[in-house]
Design a protein around this ligand. Sequence first.
Ligand SMILES: Nc1ncnc2c1ncn2[C@@H]1O[C@H](COP(=O)(O)OP(=O)(O)OP(=O)(O)O)[C@@H](O)[C@H]1O
Ligand SMILES: [Mg+2]
Length: 317
Amino acid sequence: MSATPEIITVTLNPAIDRTVTIANFAAGTVNRVEQVQDHPGGKGVNVAVTLADAGHTVAATGFLGRENATSFEDLFARKGIADQFIRIAGRTRVGIKIIDPVQQQTTDINFPGPAPAPPDLDTLRARLTASPAPWVVLAGSLPTGVAPTLYRDLIGTLKAQGRNVVLDTSGEPLAAALAAAPRIIKPNIHELEALMGRPLPHRGAVIASAQELLAAGIGLVVISMGSAGALFVTSREAVRAVPPQVVARSTVGAGDAMVAGIVAAQARGYSLEATARLATAFAVDAISRVGAGLGDPATLADLGRHVAVSAVTSALR
Ligand SMILES: Nc1ncnc2c1ncn2[C@@H]1O[C@H](COP(=O)(O)OP(=O)(O)OP(=O)(O)O)[C@@H](O)[C@H]1O
Ligand SMILES: [Mg+2]
């Protein structure tokens, strides 16, 4: 398989997104399925796929339910991603999305996921510390029954090994992880407001929050704001990246593609401006196409040229 991975992504709570098409879906009756499609997903899995498409050597770990791992295994084989997932008892959670093209409505049915046992968590720690990848991406929610401090503890261990840790999560796991100061975080504006415990109504307030996080030892804070773009803030500079107007075909995974772009750019040693441009191009590419993965290099380069990156000067803060 591939050479030593540059990046390992961690997905502790993956999901299979199952899209079911049923015309005139109705509760309490018999419904006939016209079409069904399974997409193995989860934030770290999406990040790994995008990075692999961008030409990086990637490994993926986390927990997969032993009983329904095939769709993930097929995906990793197709993308050349080293499969380092730990198989645990049970089934990976499935999210069923019933699409009714006639009534134009969708219905979601979400299953709970399996809970990893204490020995599974030990295996995860061992696998991560043994991985030679200099970049580690921790992404998504934690499975049921796991302490909210898990990310914090993993970051502490990985940082002591000199690894670069990127964290994309929300709520309590994010708040707890700040104490361990990951190298990069990418909250969206709502996640940042929840973290700070106050509304952030203008750019100055957002940058001030980012500076508080940088003071705690984080190296780069990226705040994404949907179609309004994103702010990239370090202790020395801040830039704003505004995406070109595109037809949004699927906004699912825009944040994951942006995380992949940030990691790719930083692993290549790009400047903050070039990082903002690449990350935004990846994100816009994700929303302008249905399905995971990255478009061709020419499309990406073209998108990158249409991203407006500007320095946020102290006067604008
Ligand atoms: N409608 C849109 N048009 C153009 N670009 C968009 C749009 N939505 C998102 N983006 C791009 O994707 C980036 C990330 O989007 P967003 O802030 O929605 O992430 P997120 O909330 O973390 O998403 P996710 O649900 O994938 O975690 C934005 O900074 C922007 O560059
Ligand atoms: Mg997100």
